[in-house]
Ligand binder design. Structure first.
Ligand SMILES: NC(=O)c1ccc[n+]([C@@H]2O[C@H](COP(=O)([O-])OP(=O)(O)OC[C@H]3O[C@@H](n4cnc5c(N)ncnc54)[C@H](OP(=O)(O)O)[C@@H]3O)[C@@H](O)[C@H]2O)c1
Length: 359
């Protein structure tokens, strides 16, 4: 590529099942020019989200506006990027921003999307801006501290516990003084949870019988269930919810773009019996409060009590693999990609996942 080439991954095939490179087409084209009200950004790091599956799913005749990104358009991602040219009144060249971009070297945008583009605070490394301080971390932080309303000593069960959201939620719950049971899909994930994240117990739902394990680990029931998965574990947790129990709905990876939609939880009526509460939260709505989460988590990261667990691929070529890894359950921690090519200054995009990074 030359400095003025824009390497891009376009959506080439919609599919409901397995995600692979065959869903995308690699092209190289000239770097675009921003129009009035737009800016041009050099993409530095990408985040991968299970909900990106909706972007490459076929249209569902029963759901208006379904069908994701039209064929031939760039795949969309949440990214941290550096503005190189601006015709937008609120953004200037040199600023580092968090927003929706394409799987490409350079994106042109007006900054408006499902979640609005915002400036990354000075000194926050891009990997943290997307992970622990991005939507991932906001959902974990506010999900635990506000929606779950935890009391010390309570028992929390977390699904997808070794993923991006789950790895932060598990550690924050432990730091808050809860008894934490993490549920994850591999021995390596369970080992990370018990050895590194410090949770009290981990269940490998792919090799263990989850119901009896939960009964043994939570003989008095579950106070809080933090759900990233939306699968059968939701029912098992609802059945075991204690008086005043809470279910925090972060997401439902097992249900995304699955047709026909799987049935909902059968045991929800137990919420009546225990005066329980089930409540979701949307990370985007907490963006205005991100400074609160950063102030609370930065000291924890610096001291090493909170670890930003990241799974980092390098180079735009790897983008399809990043998304596929989520659905193959291969990522441990937050799945990210660090971009390559001209205009990506390693000094400005350091891998600062160390606890002392900002000390
Ligand atoms: N509410 C919000 O605003 C918000 C914001 C960000 C994320 N979220 C949600 O939080 C959840 C976790 O997101 P994340 O970005 O941290 O992803 P993640 O948990 O890091 O990655 C996805 C994980 O899901 C599991 N998985 C893969 N295929 C699955 C399937 N078919 N059924 C069930 N589980 C499967 C795998 O873990 P195992 O091997 O452990 O199964 C995989 O590692 C998602 O549901 C996401 O949509 C919500």
């Amino acid at each position: 590529m030359t400095a003025r080439t824009n390497r891009r991954w376009l959506v080439a095939r919609h599919s409901a099942g397995e995600i692979s490179e065959a869903n995308f087409r690699w092209v190289e084209s000239p770097v675009p020019t921003p129009a009035d009200g737009q800016f041009l950004a050099r993409n530095l790091w990408f985040s991968f989200e299970p909900t990106q599956r909706f972007l490459i799913a076929p249209a569902d005749p029963a759901v208006p506006d379904s069908g994701g990104i039209p064929l031939g358009e760039a795949m969309s991602t949440i990214a941290v990027s550096r503005i190189v040219e601006s015709r937008h009144p609120e953004f200037s060249p040199g600023q580092i921003v968090h927003g929706h971009m394409g799987w490409e070297d350079y994106s042109v945008t007006d900054g408006k999307s499902f979640s609005p583009t915002y400036r990354v605070p000075d000194g926050i490394p891009p990997n943290w801006a997307l992970g622990v301080f991005g939507l991932t971390g906001l959902v974990a932080y506010f999900g635990i501290h506000e929606v779950a309303r935890p009391k010390r000593g309570e028992t929390i069960v977390i699904s997808g516990a070794a993923g991006g959201v789950g790895s932060i939620a598990s550690q924050l719950a432990k730091i808050h003084g809860l008894r934490v049971i993490g549920v994850a899909g591999s021995a390596a994930k369970c080992e990370w949870l018990t050895r590194e994240a410090g949770v009290d117990a981990a269940i490998n739902y792919k090799s263990e019988d989850v119901g009896p394990r939960l009964a043994a680990l939570c003989p008095d029931g579950i106070d809080i269930f933090f759900d990233n998965d939306g699968g059968p574990l939701l029912d098992l947790a609802l059945e075991r919810l204690r008086q005043g129990g809470r279910v925090v709905l972060s997401g439902a990876t097992s249900r995304y773009a699955v047709q026909p939609p799987p049935p909902g939880p059968g045991s929800y009526l137990n919420l009546v019996m225990v005066n329980g509460r089930m409540e979701g939260l949307l990370g985007r709505d907490y963006i205005p409060r991100r400074e609160e989460a950063i102030s609370a988590m930065l000291p924890l990261l610096r001291s090493g009590r909170l670890k930003s667990k990241e799974d980092v691929l390098v180079g735009l070529r790897e983008a399809p693999r990043g998304l596929a890894r989520l659905y193959a359950g291969e990522n441990v921690g937050k799945q990210l990609l660090r971009m390559d090519g001209p205009g990506v200054d390693s000094e400005r995009t350091p891998d600062l996942a160390r606890p002392d990074a900002l000390a």
